[in-house]
Design a protein around this ligand. Structure first.
Ligand SMILES: Cc1cc2nc3c(=O)[nH]c(=O)nc-3n(C[C@H](O)[C@H](O)[C@H](O)COP(=O)(O)OP(=O)(O)OC[C@H]3O[C@@H](n4cnc5c(N)ncnc54)[C@H](O)[C@@H]3O)c2cc1C
Length: 347
């Protein structure tokens, strides 16, 4: 019987592991993927963080890069690997948990090769579970290359010809930016063209410096200002959306309403020349494997600062779990610290 099983070995899980190590708890971190840092490594090749080094620190170990530098995904994964080594965190990879059930003494945790028994469980499986693609994608011709942004790495995955990017969030705009740098390719964009974008630098300081100064990252979602901030569409950070949309080879097509074979039906009319589609259309959550867990209207676990409706089952790393910082590298520390103190009191 372990004291804790932490499910998910990225920034949120590792932050909790740091505290459990300091508390000399008997625990293990399990992750379904084959490598530490895989959630970052699986993202597209040119990804650069929008948070500079000094805002990427997990508890107890500084991110090893100069101040003001924006790391890439490999540097984040390497930081996690050093973190595991530095604190000697016990990690078991290739262990996808398929079921968590409350028992009389704790929890029964199942994976395809075995099981764990633990008094407590910490779920750190991130905010992005099942890539969502609108249903009309099944009606599109087999000759068109289609992929969700989750599986996009670089333009070499695409065939020659017109390309469509659907989705006007950070991922959609960053991928649109990369693909439309090739001026010989016409790129259709289906997403919000009025979204606000803010630069990474302003008056010689990083955006994150300003956001910290005005307290944006610290307003909690139970305060009136936090409630408002958590409900507005988040601006795009560090990508100049207006410049990208003004490129001669970028065509804003409005909403994607339907599709059949080669024809894609946009709000602005039909286009039949599209050879590649990237769906940057977000994710759905999956917590079905946790028995007895109560979810809210957005399908996220009901919780207060990570404490769920099931005694002994905690969450870390959920978006806006407490503040905007909860699902960021630099912000998860505060939530981990809070939960660790609570765990000290409870045991
Ligand atoms: C494109 C993009 C750019 C971002 N840029 C920044 C940035 O610049 N700065 C910043 O601070 N934040 C950024 N974020 C936000 C945030 O830091 C990340 O989403 C971060 O990856 C969340 O960390 P996490 O530990 O909560 O979960 P994840 O990184 O999603 O990791 C979850 C882990 O759980 C494992 N797992 C999932 N289910 C199971 C299961 N059933 N059993 C076992 N293991 C499981 C997965 O394999 C994975 O390793 C970005 C996010 C995205 C999508």
């Amino acid at each position: 019987m372990l004291d804790y099983v932490i499910i998910g070995g990225a920034q949120a899980g590792l932050s909790m592991a740091y505290h459990l190590t300091k508390m000399s708890k008997n625990f293990i971190v399990v992750d379904g993927d084959k490598e530490i840092g895989s959630s970052w490594l699986n993202r597209w090749d040119s990804l650069q963080l929008f948070t500079p080094t000094e805002y990427n620190n997990l508890p107890g170990l500084k991110f090893d890069a100069p101040k003001g530098y924006y790391p890439n995904k490999i540097e984040v994964a390497n930081y996690f690997k050093s973190y595991v080594k530095e604190f000697n965190i016990p990690v078991q990879l290739n262990t996808l948990i398929t079921s968590v059930k409350k028992t009389k003494d704790g929890f029964h945790i199942l994976h395809k090769d075995g099981e764990f028994e633990a008094k407590n469980v910490i779920i750190a499986t991130g905010p992005f579970h099942i890539p969502y693609t609108p249903p009309c994608h099944t009606k599109i011709s087999k000759n068109t290359i289609q992929m969700h942004s989750n599986y996009y790495s670089a333009p070499h995955q695409l065939q020659a010809g017109d390309t469509l990017v659907v989705g006007g969030g950070d991922s959609g705009y960053q991928i649109l930016n990369e693909i439309s740098k090739d001026k010989s390719r016409t790129v259709y964009f289906s997403g919000d063209t009025n979204v606000k974008s803010i630069p990474e630098q302003f008056l010689g300081k990083t955006l994150w410096w300003w956001l910290t100064l005005i307290g944006f990252l610290s307003y909690n979602k139970y305060s009136w200002i936090g409630k408002r901030l958590s409900n507005i569409t988040q601006p795009i950070i560090g990508t100049d959306t207006k410049e990208i949309l003004s490129r001669k080879n970028v065509i804003s097509a409005g909403r994607t309403n339907d599709a059949l074979n080669e024809d894609i039906h946009f709000e602005s009319g039909k286009v039949s020349t599209i050879k590649n589609i990237i769906w940057a259309t977000g994710y759905r959550t999956n917590f079905k494997w946790i028995e007895g867990l109560e979810l809210d209207a957005d399908h996220y676990p009901k919780n207060y600062r990570g404490v769920s409706n099931i005694k002994g089952l905690y969450f870390i790393g959920l978006p806006w779990m407490f503040t905007r910082g909860s699902a960021t590298l630099g912000g998860v520390s505060k939530d981990a610290h809070y939960l660790a103190n609570l765990m000290k009191e409870e045991n």
